[in-house]
Design a protein around this ligand. Structure first.
Ligand code: FES
Length: 194
């Protein structure tokens, strides 16, 4: 009887393995097995954001440090427990800004925290950093081929060759600090990256 049970279990495992091969599904592999360094990991839920440029580089970003509709600032995620700043990949860089939450497209309000939003800094065209700002139109702009992104509409591409919006990083405010509420929404980087 026990041999019958073992055989059933073996068949069951084979069936699962075969199904995985046929479907092309990869078994989940923990991050630690992949050996990805903590500073290379994409921003994680609970990470705090810190300035990535200027006089305040490395400083935690408080809710009151950003002014309405001003030029976005470059930021990185920081693990609050280890204080590791995730600066090991340029795909981790985000541009954050404070918007009028009432005017932000309703589809993206869940990703904002009291009007503060964060978008990937990497252009979806060929990967330049989207560091320019059109203060009249309130659009992020890429210096390489002039793509433009509407920050009030989920960084939708509204000009130039970029094929899709910038990825959005969900935020929340925890103890007054701008904090990551989840993984990126949308694909980070440009098409040839993946
Ligand atoms: S890389 Fe941004 S528009 Fe070309």
């Amino acid at each position: 009887m026990s041999f019958g049970k073992d055989k059933k279990a073996l068949l069951s495992r084979r069936t699962i393995f075969k199904a995985g091969l046929v479907s092309g599904m990869a078994m989940p592999i923990p991050m630690t097995v992949l050996g990805q360094a903590p500073n290379q990991m994409r921003p994680q839920q609970g990470d705090q954001l810190v300035f990535d440029e200027g006089d305040r580089i490395g400083e935690l970003i408080g809710i009151d440090m950003l002014e309405l509709d001003q030029q976005p600032v470059s930021a990185l995620a920081r693990d609050p427990e280890t204080e590791t700043i995730r600066d090991g990949s340029r795909l981790n860089r985000v541009m954050i800004m404070r918007l009028d939450g009432q005017k932000l497209s309703s589809r993206f309000q869940a990703n904002a925290a009291e009007g503060i939003v964060a978008y990937s800094a990497v252009c979806t065209h060929t990967g330049c950093d989207v560091i320019n700002w059109d203060e009249g139109l309130l659009r992020m702009a890429c210096p390489c081929h002039e793509s433009q992104f509407d920050v009030y509409d989920g960084a939708k591409n509204v000009g130039g060759p970029a094929p899709r919006p910038l990825a959005m990083l969900p935020l929340e405010i925890v103890d007054g600090i701008v904090t990551v509420a989840g993984i990126f929404k949308g694909r980070v980087g440009f098409t040839q990256n993946f």
